[in-house]
Design a protein around this ligand. Structure first.
Ligand SMILES: *Cc1c(COP(=O)(O)O)cnc(C)c1O
Length: 405
């Protein structure tokens, strides 16, 4: 019989799911720290890698592995490695691939703590980083050094939503004997599969779209072949930042609805972005589904949808932005993203505060920027919430103008 190739939506429901005791339809939660050996010889064989099996949950656990297999299949990779958080995944990638004297080319618009990790801990270990606008291929070329070992790309970048050309950068990386790792958190494999464009490593904060329900912190690294998997597994086992069985179970459950959720996120974010772009108090907006986005065409080529994230700036700067965030009622004022509920936050004072003002200016993050994660509520309710809040902003802006006169 010919093996049937499954479509993505089907994979979301079935990937990583095997056969279980009692005919259980979902993977059981193996809430155990350790696994009994059949004999001393069996234990020795497992440790020597001569037999397959589970030893200790930091090393591997069946519930965790079910999740890892699911995401690896969705990304088109060989295997996944479940991490305690997205940052644990980022750290695992750096620890597995870099050593003293190496150089990294990193997207300037990148998750704030990733910048901080490179600028502090990795720097202390002798790894040097050049942050560059990776949506500008010439700038990427100019940043390359003899010792460049890793191109670390986030696209769309957080929070500016700048889009980088994955195929072009992968080619560049490989021609310099370097690897390309992509943080695919903002897209999820439903909208973008970096391995198809030549990425060597894909990572995610599971906390966001993959889990999708704002109740888990987790991360994952996906690699392309067995050699990389063995190496990364050894590193993760030493670092110790692994996800636990219960959180793995929850994320695996969340993934079943990933393609459905992403469709709604994209559809609603498009409507919200079009509403905001027309609003007189919205000074600027970045959303890959708008023709005004500088990489609109690239987004269409590389992504299966615009995603659920919008960043925009209202007239009146930081103060007006704060009025907006304090006035919304349905959109919740909280960091994080990618959950079923709409969230709004202020990068300069929140997610990207640790980068410092200078770093933010270089990455194009102004003080007035607001980031919105569009949830799966009815889009009319999201818009009327924003509309009411923008009315409040109008009062503030008008009274400020009146004072000036
Ligand atoms: C949230 C996030 C991370 C970090 O993930 P945690 O689970 O919070 O550690 C990394 N990259 C991106 C793009 C993120 O949005």
């Amino acid at each position: 019989m010919k093996e049937q190739t499954k479509n993505f939506e089907t994979k979301c429901v079935h990937s990583g799911v095997g056969e279980y005791e009692f005919g259980s339809v979902v993977p059981p939660i193996y809430q155990t720290s350790t696994f009994k050996f059949n004999s001393a010889q069996h234990g020795a064989a497992l440790f020597a890698g001569e037999e397959k099996g589970y030893i200790y949950t930091r090393m591997l656990n069946p519930t965790v592995e079910a999740l890892e297999d699911s995401i690896a299949e969705l990304e088109g990779g060989y295997k996944g490695l479940g991490c305690a958080s997205g940052m644990a995944a980022v750290h695992t990638v750096f620890a597995a691939l870099l050593k003293t004297g190496d150089h990294v080319v990193c997207s300037a618009a990148v998750y704030g703590p990733t910048t901080t990790l490179l600028n502090t801990i990795m720097k202390n270990f002798g790894v040097e980083t050049t942050f560059v606008d990776t949506s500008d291929l010439e700038a990427v070329k100019n940043a390359i050094k003899k010792n460049t070992k890793l191109f670390y790309i986030e696209t769309p970048g957080n929070p500016t939503l700048a889009i980088s050309d994955l195929a072009a950068i992968a080619k560049l990386a490989h021609s310099h004997n370097a690897l390309m790792a992509v943080d695919n958190t903002f897209m999820s494999p439903a909208l973008q599969r970096p391995i198809e464009f030549g990425a060597d490593i894909v990572l995610h904060s599971l906390t966001k779209f993959l889990n999708g329900h704002a109740d888990v912190v987790g991360g994952v690294v996906v690699v392309k072949d067995e050699a990389a998997y063995k190496h990364f597994r050894k590193i993760l086992n030493q670092i110790g930042g692994v996800i636990d069985p219960f959180n793995s179970f929850l994320v695996h459950r969340g993934i079943k609805t990933l393609s459905l959720r992403m469709e709604r996120h994209c559809e609603s974010a498009q409507i919200v972005a079009e509403y905001l772009e027309k609003h007189p108090l919205v000074k600027s907006i970045s959303f890959p589904g708008l023709k005004s986005h500088p990489q609109y065409e690239l987004a269409k080529k590389q992504q299966k949808g615009p995603g659920g994230m919008i960043t925009f700036e209202v007239e009146g700067g930081l103060e007006a932005g704060q009025v907006l965030m304090n006035s919304v009622k349905l959109c919740q004022l909280a960091v994080s993203l990618g959950g079923v509920e709409s969230l709004i936050q202020h990068p300069a004072s929140m997610t990207h505060f640790s980068m410092g003002k200078e770093g933010r200016v270089a990455a194009g993050i102004s003080d007035g920027l607001v980031r919105l994660s569009v949830g799966i509520e009815n889009v009319n309710d999201i818009i009327s919430d924003l509309d009411n809040a923008l009315e409040k902003v109008k009062e503030v802006v008008e009274s400020a103008l009146a004072h000036k006169e």
